[in-house]
Design a protein around this ligand. Structure first.
Ligand code: NAD
Length: 359
């Protein structure tokens, strides 16, 4: 199969982790007779430096023309003083909106090999952690009007807005995802305070009538944040709005061992998806060759599964990651005091996973 992949390396550790994912994609292409063509696109701080814009139209167009997009991460202290609408992270919001990818899918699954890296008590981890957060990605407060003005003092406003149709389309993804798993959907909101949440809850319950095989429950976001650390085994699929999903999915990543392990897919109405690890550009470790590239490598596997319909190839990558972890290789973030563990640099991890795919 011939596929064009737009590659956004971005800032900080972005280029290091994306390089490892490309090594793995190349091995898969060679093994299965595929032809992946990579088109580099600039976004984030590096695009600000080059073009004065975190995502110029011509770079977005490269992403829209590709079959899918692989993204490292953007942002960093160098651009912290840049004006709000020109910050590196604006590139992220613009690419999500430009591609129309309204559904972000973030698995929180513990690899048994990393059980000891979880900060949770062993008796909680033993019950299993395997859930997915389906996060609405192009609506809500991140996309509402933002303004700061003077009225004797500075006042800031950020508008949170959701329409029924926006909630319905992400709700359907939640129900469909649950249908393919353990058929339990937890809708997370803040309906005791927010109007948008009351609308969210009403739409979810209306949709539930179309999915009688899926068990729907409601949870307030503050309770959900507690339940994720107290009893994560209760969750199968969580569906929630943009900001709540952003926060909960970072929390969920921590309980599985490291934020560096978690991939994500963002999809809309077409098969052209955006695939990226859930972490940021980690400026504190950039250039040190110690970042964990597995979240990016697993994002590439998700791309093969969801955008290119290559489930076998995706399985091979995921199995190879498991094998390398079982062999004891660990980047610094997932290293523990267990006996027999072998430190691996970022630039080594991709090669180890490639070797496991070949064998
Ligand atoms: P971060 O996710 O970059 O880092 C949080 C912590 O996790 C840091 O200690 C970092 O070293 C560690 N970490 C992250 N990824 C890792 C990996 N692959 N391997 C090992 N350790 C890893 O979050 P932050 O520090 O809040 O943000 C840094 C920058 O990234 C900011 O400019 C922020 O706006 C941006 N950001 C970008 C994205 C994105 O591109 N999708 C997402 C979140 C934050």
């Amino acid at each position: 199969m011939n596929k064009t992949i737009a590659v956004i390396r971005g800032d900080g550790i972005g280029p290091e982790i994306v390089n490892e994912a490309i090594k793995v994609l190349d091995v898969i292409a060679e093994k299965h007779g595929h032809n992946f063509t990579y088109v580099d696109a600039d976004m984030g701080g590096c695009a600000i430096d080059k073009y004065g814009d975190p995502l110029p139209r011509h770079e977005l167009d490269k992403c829209l023309a590709a079959d899918s997009v692989l993204l490292g991460a953007v942002g960093g202290p160098k651009w912290d003083s840049v004006a709000g609408n020109m910050r590196p992270e604006k590139g992220l919001l613009r690419i999500r909106a430009g591609m129309g990818v309204y559904s972000n899918n973030r698995p929180a699954k513990i690899w048994p090999q990393l059980a000891k890296a979880s900060p949770l008590k062993p008796e909680i981890v033993e019950k299993g952690i395997d859930f997915i957060i389906v996060r609405e990605l192009i609506g809500g407060i991140y996309f509402g009007e933002h303004k700061t003005y003077e009225q004797g003092e500075k006042i800031s406003e950020d508008v949170m807005k959701y329409s029924e149709s926006e909630i319905e389309r992400i709700g359907r993804i939640g129900f469909e995802t649950a249908r393919k798993r353990r058929k339990k959907l937890c809708s997370v909101e803040k309906s005791n305070v927010l109007d948008t949440s009351r609308l969210w809850k009403a739409v979810m319950h209306r949709l539930a009538e179309e999915y009688p095989d899926v068990e729907l429950s409601d949870m307030l976001v503050d309770n959900c944040a507690m339940q994720i650390v107290k009893n994560p085994a209760q969750f199968d699929v969580i569906v929630t709005e943009n900001m709540f999903g952003d926060i909960l999915s970072d929390e969920a990543s921590m309980i599985t061992g490291s934020i560096g392990m978690i991939p994500s897919s963002s999809l809309g109405a077409t098969s052209n998806g955006l695939y990226e690890p859930i972490h940021g550009s980690a400026p504190d470790i950039a250039g040190k060759d110690i970042a964990n590239p597995i979240g990016t490598i697993l994002s590439a596997a998700m791309m093969l599964r969801y955008s290119f319909d290559m489930p076998k190839e995706a399985d091979e990558i995921e199995n190879a990651v498991g094998k390398v972890l079982s062999e004891g290789y660990r980047t610094a973030d997932i290293m523990s005091a267990e006996e027999g563990l072998k430190p691996a640099k970022c630039s080594e991890m991709g090669g180890l996973i490639c070797r496991a795919i070949k064998n």
